[in-house]
Ligand binder design. Structure first.
Ligand code: BDR
Ligand code: CA
Length: 311
């Protein structure tokens, strides 16, 4: 399956890239595009390139995208991901290569128009790039297999009602959800069940390969940030849920529902409004993840990380 990873790395975005590029993954990564989100887009791009260096993903192009949301000012999540967006592990000062000289939105459009088979788009940051691509070239819709995204939830982590990725660019999320393209959504209800703990870190340390060490360092910082900020017993590896699902599709349960994006509410801007009972009469537009098999989830996660020591 061909995928484009649109992201804002970000600890859990980095883990998503690592799982997607592992040798147990059936995914062919067509490109990695970055967007303003956890930190400024330039920092997210550097982080994506550095993650590629650490895992030897040197053949995949990285394209930098939107510097800010469509309508609002940017908001960043430094308190969760640190000043660099990827605080914790020791990272090289500079990546070994640069992003390509093409905007992420044009890269996404070009790859989709040229595709000989439909491509799955995996956004794990705000949806700005995807919305811009859809507005600039609506013909790309035909070549999108599905949009498998991390975002939303019945509660928020940025406001009481809204999850960070959707809140940062709710106007973009609205464009994507109303596009008619099949959407698969991993929101906080399910990603908070994918909780990495200090036991996860201990297991990773025992694997003793450079990538498991890197992920351990990422998680050590991330778990502490969630403890400090939310008083959580672990760090939810939100973005990794999208890739675990694409590697092994029988781990998550889904409900087929209509999801609307709130863009006006004083207290509810960025909320994902889920019509569980079909009261709006609107056709379902989203496969909403509702639960996961813990044993299978962590088995895929660990197999993917172990595989880096077997190369
Ligand atoms: C989402 O926000 C970001 O901080 C994470 O990388 C994830 O994509 C969780 O709300
Ligand atoms: Ca993210």
């Amino acid at each position: 399956m061909k995928v484009i990873l649109d992201c804002d790395p970000g600890h859990d975005d980095a883990i998503a890239i690592i799982l997607a590029a592992s040798s147990i993954s059936p995914l062919e990564i067509i490109g990695i595009t970055t967007v303003a989100g956890n930190v400024q887009v330039e920092k997210n791009t550097l982080n994506a390139l550095k993650v590629c260096d650490i895992i030897g993903l040197d053949h995949v192009q990285v394209a930098q995208g939107a510097t800010r949301p469509l309508v609002k000012e940017a908001e960043i999540a430094e308190e969760i991901h640190g000043e660099t967006g990827l605080d914790g592990p020791l990272l090289p000062d500079e990546p070994s290569r640069q992003a390509i000289d093409q905007h992420a939105v044009d890269f996404i459009i070009e790859k989709l128009l040229d595709a000989d088979e439909p491509i799955t788009i995996v956004p794990t940051g705000p949806l700005t790039n995807i919305a811009l691509a859809l507005v600039k070239e609506p013909k790309i819709k035909q070549n999108i297999q599905e949009i498998v995204l991390m975002g939303g939830g019945t509660f928020g982590n940025w406001t009481p009602a809204a999850e960070f990725n959707i809140y940062v660019d709710a106007e973009a999320a609205k464009i994507v959800l109303e596009s008619g393209i099949p959407v698969r959504m991993f929101g906080l209800d399910v990603t908070h069940q994918a909780l990495a703990t200090t036991e996860t870190v201990d297991e990773l340390r025992k694997m003793e390969n450079p990538v498991s060490e890197f992920v351990s360092d990422l998680l050590t910082f991330f778990i502490q940030a969630y403890r400090d900020h939310f008083d959580f017993p672990g760090g939810p590896i939100h973005d990794a849920c999208t890739i675990v699902h694409l590697i092994e599709p029988d781990i998550f349960n889904f409900e087929h529902v209509h999801v609307a994006i709130e863009t006006k509410g004083e207290h509810t801007y960025g909320m994902t409004v889920v019509d569980h009972l079909g009261v709006t009469g609107k056709e379902p537009n989203t496969y909403l993840a509702t639960g996961l098999d813990q044993v299978k989830f962590w088995s895929v996660f660990k197999k993917a990380i172990v595989s880096y020591g077997e190369r």
